[in-house]
Design a binder for this molecule. Structure first.
Ligand code: C2G
Length: 161
């Protein structure tokens, strides 16, 4: 029985009535990012979003869009997309190809909240008329760029003295 469809002329059963009160519709959140060298900061962000919303959609930046963002990732787009999709907190992945797609995504996907890490504080407030816009504290002490520079430092061949 599809509980979302009103039964024509029939009173919903007490169960149906109770269920519609409890969860009117699954709440959906979306977040955007590069997710290069996938790390605990990304996992913690997804985890916290999933604790607040029933579904999490993640938009992963393509390599071409990263170039526009002035970023070059180590892990190619197709792999970053597959890695994010494999995370159990993530329900769906889409590609992020341009800055302006957020308002389209929010309306097309019926988004309740856009959630980003605090390094983006205030950047997407213009979308507040469309959905909740939330910035969660970043996980301290880890970032893809730190991981990259750490690898370079540690594995650069030191010239023999
Ligand atoms: N993040 C975090 N803690 C960290 C590192 C990252 O919570 N230690 C969060 C960031 O705040 C961001 C997300 O993880 O919300 C993805 O970070 P990046 O992969 O660096 O994404 P970015 O390149 O900033 O792309 O349209 C928005 C852009 O696509 C965001």
């Amino acid at each position: 029985m599809d509980l979302n469809q009103p039964l024509i002329g029939a009173e919903p059963s007490p169960l149906a009535a109770a269920l519609t009160l409890v969860s009117p519709h699954p709440t959906v959140a979306i977040t955007y990012g590069t997710y290069d060298l996938f790390h605990i900061g990304h996992v913690r962000l997804f985890e916290r979003i999933r604790q607040r919303y029933d579904r999490l959609i993640v938009a992963v930046s393509t390599d071409e869009f990263n170039a526009i963002k002035g970023k070059r990732s180590i892990v190619p787009f197709a792999d970053r997309l597959a890695i994010v999709q494999a995370c159990r907190h993530v329900d769906e992945v889409i590609a992020e190809t341009h800055w302006g797609q957020k308002s389209e995504d929010i309306q097309r996907l019926g988004i309740d909240a856009l959630v980003m890490g605090s390094d983006w504080d205030g950047h997407f407030d213009e979308l507040k008329p469309l959905c909740d816009v939330i910035y969660l504290p970043r996980t301290e002490g880890v970032s893809s760029s730190d991981l990259k520079s750490g690898i370079v430092t540690r594995f650069t061949v030191q010239p023999l003295a």
